[in-house]
Design a protein around this ligand. Structure first.
Ligand SMILES: Nc1nc2c(c(=O)[nH]1)N[C@H]1C(S)=C(S)[C@@H](COP(=O)(O)O)O[C@H]1N2
Ligand SMILES: [Mo]
Length: 317
């Protein structure tokens, strides 16, 4: 019988876990002890006002959103897109509590030397968590600034020694109609899938997220593990990942499959390429009244533009 605390990482009573997993969990929980000390030296006083006690020990904090203000915890956790829990922005916060995130494992397959099923605790190095403040730009022209906690996606992918045939990575979200009421609707062909070119996936800005505002990530934001690719429209940042596949061919994501005229594989934030039904030149930052200009690559061009040298970005939208 495990000691029960309120941490989302803990098991509910009816679940059984192998000893190794439990020991690993204990290591994570021990880490919480020094979280208070880490908080004191944090340069980001803004978010600490919102959240009293961070649950994670974060070894490095980087602000990738300049002097732009963070969105509140409430904004970020009540205005969501997570169609598996409903299509309106308030649905995920209301419905996602039925998602079981403990225990969690991810199936890794395809063009890599090591493949198989891996527990979340072994996939993510919880002693190496970073906080990154990123802009988020939804294709629907709203945006936010969020403080994510996670590890570089490259650090996760390199564990599996992808072969030279691994030209792309494909991700899949859990699809369980018992846990996800939105699966009754056929808005998308479940499971939700997304993909990246391998060099995009290995880029240092691509981030595998397990936390938000210093705490484990809430279900509606993609618990227990989701991708964040800050220079691309939000739908590329797939939530609640259960499968990672290295492959030679370019994967077709759920939105591209749904309507390839409107949603391309790359989906880099680009104010000069309109969505067929609306302009992408401007965006509304949640919490603000006046619209602001959308930035090329969401403001991360200096870091990522070289990934696309020689490519026609009007064609490869
Ligand atoms: N599995 C899954 N992942 C998803 C989505 C979804 O509906 N299902 N929505 C995407 C879209 S359109 C956006 S804008 C972001 C929203 O992330 P947030 O709710 O954490 O802001 O998640 C992306 N990831
Ligand atoms: Mo989105």
């Amino acid at each position: 019988m495990l000691i029960k605390t309120k941490k989302p990482w803990d098991l509910s009573e009816n679940e059984v876990t192998p000893e190794a997993l439990y020991l690993n969990r204990r290591k994570i929980i021990q880490g919480f002890g020094v979280a208070a000390a880490a908080a004191v030296i944090s340069p980001f006083l803004g978010w600490q006002k919102a959240i009293a006690a961070p649950d994670f020990t974060v070894i490095k904090k980087t602000n990738y959103a300049g002097d732009e203000e963070l969105n509140s915890y409430k904004d970020i956790t009540t205005y969501n897109n997570y169609y598996e829990f409903g299509t309106s922005k308030s649905d995920p916060a209301r419905n996602a509590h039925t998602l079981i995130t403990e225990p969690w494992s991810v199936k890794v397959s395809g063009e890599a030397e090591k493949t198989g099923s891996i527990a979340l605790e072994d996939l993510i190095d919880f002693n190496a968590l970073e906080e990154r403040i990123y802009r988020h730009r939804c294709v629907e022209t709203w945006s936010m600034v969020m403080p994510w906690v996670g590890v570089p996606l490259a650090a996760v992918l390199k564990k599996f020694n992808p072969t030279s045939n691994a030209k792309f990575v494909r991700f899949e979200t859990i699809a369980d109609p018992k846990q996800m009421p939105g699966l009754r609707s056929r808005v998308l062909d479940w499971p939700y899938t997304e993909g990246l070119r391998i060099d995009e996936a290995m880029h240092p800005l691509s981030f595998m997220v397990v936390g938000l505002y210093g705490k484990p990530i809430p279900n509606q934001n993609g618990a227990p593990i989701r991708l964040v690719v800050p220079w691309k429209y939000g739908f590329k940042s797939i939530k609640s990942i259960v499968s990672i596949r290295f492959q030679e061919t370019q994967p077709v994501g759920s939105w591209e499959e749904n309507n390839s005229r409107e949603y391309g594989f790359y989906s880099n934030v680009n104010p000069d390429v309109d969505h067929p039904r609306w302009s992408q030149k401007r965006e509304r930052r949640i919490g603000e009244f006046f619209k602001r200009k959308t930035l090329m690559f969401n403001g991360y061009g200096e870091e990522v533009a070289s990934l696309y040298t020689g490519m026609d970005l009007q064609k490869n939208f």
